[in-house]
Design a protein around this ligand. Structure first.
Ligand code: GTB
Length: 216
């Protein structure tokens, strides 16, 4: 049986691949694991059926047999541990790749989310004009540090790994802000990752959900 993941029935990102089901789709495509998708409306997210799967009423979730997981990081890690292709076999290299997954989620993503909040959730507040440049500068610090780590390499630590997958998906959320373009090495890193056939397949699948929802 293939696992089933959940995704937005009507994603607010309008098929740009920015919602977090995209990470899970991408990981499944990288390892060649077919999957089913259950589309969930905003109302359904907060209903008891879904909350039993995801305590915070969010997507994505992952169900495989009697295992139900939530949190995109935990799901991608599970997929990467279950199948070859996303984590090195050498124990130390594997641990380092997992460090990069955590770095993406715990160190780089928080300021990126702060920017989304400042722009969209609080965009009309009187403090936004003063707050936005501070938030953007905090992101620039992280991007400069990350660009230094990447250097001229294709990927963060050897071959492409779940660490790169997670990091790139976090960085792509910045694309509309223009901040990524200030760091050409990181922009090229993201472009390299997006050119991967597995990314392309995952992107097409989530875009089809949006296209279909528009056709109705
Ligand atoms: N830490 C959790 C994880 O990594 O799985 C966070 C999950 C999460 O935030 N899910 C969001 C959600 O379900 C969707 S991805 N939100 C509904 C809710 O909380 O009620 C976040 C997202 C939303 C929209 C865009 N966008 O429009 O570009 C991008 C990303």
């Amino acid at each position: 049986m293939s696992p089933t993941i959940t995704a937005f029935a009507n994603s607010p990102d309008r098929g740009r691949g920015l919602a977090r089901d995209m990470r899970v789709r991408w990981a499944l495509e990288e390892v060649g694991q077919p999957y089913n998708v259950r589309l969930v409306s905003f109302a359904e997210l907060k209903q008891s059926d879904h909350v039993a799967r995801q305590p915070f009423g969010q997507i994505p979730t992952y169900q495989d047999g009697d295992l139900t997981l939530f949190e995109s990081g935990a799901i991608v890690l599970h997929i990467a541990q279950l199948h070859p292709g996303l984590l090195p076999t050498d124990a130390n290299a594997r641990a380092r790749a997992i460090s990069w997954m955590f770095a993406a989620l715990a160190t780089v993503e928080p300021p990126v989310l702060e920017l989304q909040e400042a722009q969209f959730a609080e965009g009309d507040k009187p403090w936004t004009e003063q707050r936005l440049p501070l938030v953007k500068d905090r992101i620039r610090v992280r991007l400069a540090e990350l660009a230094r780590c990447l250097g001229d390499a294709d990927w963060l630590d050897g071959d492409f790994s779940a660490g790169d997958l997670m990091m790139v998906h976090v960085l792509l959320r910045l694309a509309p802000s223009g901040l990524l373009d200030e760091f050409p090495g990181l922009a090229a890193y993201c472009a390299r990752a997006k050119a991967r056939p597995a990314y392309q397949r995952a992107f097409a699948a989530q875009l089809a959900v949006f296209t279909d929802s528009q056709a109705i």
